[in-house]
Design a protein around this ligand. Structure first.
Ligand code: FAD
Length: 466
């Protein structure tokens, strides 16, 4: 046993299972501290996630108490300043898991050399992916830019790996305090109370995540291929925030799915979605420019329009297109939006309103509990047509037909846009055709902010310019 204190730097790994860094710390040290570095500035545009983060810290601290481990939260403006001060102490060893974002990986390099200089023992472990980023490449050594061959190779690589021996977290001898001036998790909560509704829907905790996964596999995965398209039903797992914050490791998802017998198409489809997440993480690390700019440079000349009135109508769910408005209101109210609807509202913003995908990405970042840089920028660039393996720009979703196809009875729309609750199936996706004395378009519900056909032609003309 190492007599020093074992520090575990907690980032996106709020779990005790398959948490290699934390497990190693407890196996090497009698006294372990888990610490979270809260960079207020970094969360400034991630309001919804402040709620998930705060609750995750609170729940994980309780969970770690059972292992005599203290979780301490330190507020800092800069990781570098924090660590430069910390390494002067030298009375610790430190462990952490990778976060697959270029800035984090770059900082790891700095930390390695600073720790090495001071002869402080450290170890970094694999994070929340199936394969390491560099393990999945084309035969010529270059990164994949297309999903299907990426996932074929990634799956094969993962299956062929010799599974590492499953280790578990050990109970420490004594709970201790280590850092000064720690903050409490409640301090991280957003200032405005709009998140209150989240508390009726989500419980950010590892056990809950595993239970939800098992329920999903037992009850819904067999129908996932089909069910995932319909926002009016619970056809997907809704595990994305748990995955983002690491309450659930994707290896656990893989294990739970692959042990099912008989196999069904839903399972492979579900794992392929985990594959899209892996693909997106690979993309942002091989092509980091796409985190802030278009993956495809030819889109740099796209004539986006600045129009705050249209942008605000979109954000508020007041576009006059029911499926778009339902999605945007679901997002604000629950911190989550169905994938099909993310595609529809995204397409509407970039193609009908000709507003830059970066504005949509920014708004999603602020409102999504599952916000992840890889999935969000890749999702938006997929929709806009400027990403890798993206939907072509000229394929323009018709929000009326999308509604009629994926929300046939209008149940989803009626749940989120109650002012349309009396409209029949015939009119629910085109309320401007509904003629009734009790329903006044422009008063009860907005006129469409743009006409679909006109917007489509305008979008295609704009596209021709690049
Ligand atoms: C414009 C846009 C923005 C998006 N932003 C995010 C984001 O910030 N964070 C995020 O996690 N996902 C994002 N997605 C992907 C997807 O919409 C969500 O992962 C999914 O809706 C989460 O719900 P679920 O857990 O029920 O998914 P399920 O269908 O149950 O899928 C299981 C898991 O697979 C992964 N996954 C599913 N679909 C995708 C996908 N298309 N791309 C990448 N991974 C996927 C997620 O981790 C998800 O939790 C975005 C998609 C679009 C079109």
């Amino acid at each position: 046993m190492d007599k020093k204190i074992g520090l575990f730097w907690l980032r996106d790994d709020f779990r005790t299972n398959k948490n290699d860094g934390l497990i190693e710390a407890t196996r090497n040290h009698d006294q372990v501290i888990v610490f979270y570095l809260y960079k207020k500035e970094a969360y400034q545009q991630q309001e919804a996630q402040k709620w998930w983060l705060s609750k995750s810290l609170f729940n994980f601290k309780k969970q770690l108490n059972n292992f005599n481990i203290n979780l301490e939260i330190v507020e800092t403006n800069s990781f570098r300043t924090f660590f430069d001060r910390l390494i002067k102490k030298k009375d610790f060893s430190i462990y952490w898991n990778k976060v697959y974002e270029p800035d984090y990986l770059k900082f790891d390099e700095y930390l390695f050399s600073a720790l090495k200089d001071k002869k402080i023992h450290y170890k970094r472990f694999k994070g929340n992916v199936l394969n390491e980023i560099n393990e999945v490449k084309k035969s010529d050594g270059t990164p994949f830019k297309v999903f299907t061959p990426f996932w074929r190779t990634a799956e094969k690589n993962y299956i062929e790996k010799i599974p590492s021996k499953e280790k578990t977290i050990k109970k420490c001898k004594k709970k201790i305090n280590y850092f000064k001036n720690c903050i409490v998790s409640e301090k991280i909560l957003p200032k405005k109370n709009w998140f209150k509704n989240f508390e009726n829907i989500w419980y950010p905790d590892e056990h809950k995540a595993l239970k939800e996964l098992q329920n999903f596999i037992r009850e819904r995965i067999a129908n996932y291929s089909e069910g995932r398209n319909y926002p009016n039903i619970d056809g997907t797992s809704k595990l994305s925030p748990f995955i983002k914050f690491g309450q659930l490791h994707v290896e656990t998802i893989w294990d739970e799915c692959t042990k099912q017998k008989p196999k069904n198409i839903g399972i492979s489809k579900y794992l392929a979605e985990i594959g899209w997440r892996e693909f997106n993480h690979s993309l942002i690390n091989h092509f980091p420019h796409m985190l802030k700019n278009n993956y495809s440079k030819k889109f740099d000349k796209f004539p986006w329009q600045k129009n705050s009135k249209l942008l605000n109508a979109w954000k508020k769910g007041l576009t006059g297109y029911p499926i778009v408005d339902a999605g945007m209101r679901e997002l604000y109210s629950t911190g989550w939006m169905h994938n099909r609807v993310r595609m529809i509202v995204g397409s509407f913003l970039v193609k009908h309103l000709l507003i830059d995908w970066k504005d949509g990405e920014k708004y999603f970042r602020n409102c999504l509990l599952d916000y992840s840089p890889a999935n969000n920028v890749a999702g938006w660039q997929w929709v806009a047509g400027c990403g890798a393996d993206a939907a072509p720009y000229f394929r323009i979703f018709n929000p009326i037909l999308q509604g009629e196809k994926f929300d046939k009875e209008g149940e989803y729309v009626k749940r989120w846009v109650p002012e349309l609750k009396n409209l029949s199936k015939k009119f629910i996706h085109k309320p401007w055709e509904f003629n009734d004395k009790k329903f006044k378009l422009g008063i009860d519900y907005p006129y469409p902010i743009v006409k679909h056909e006109n917007a489509r032609v305008k979008a295609l003309n704009a596209f021709k310019k690049i």
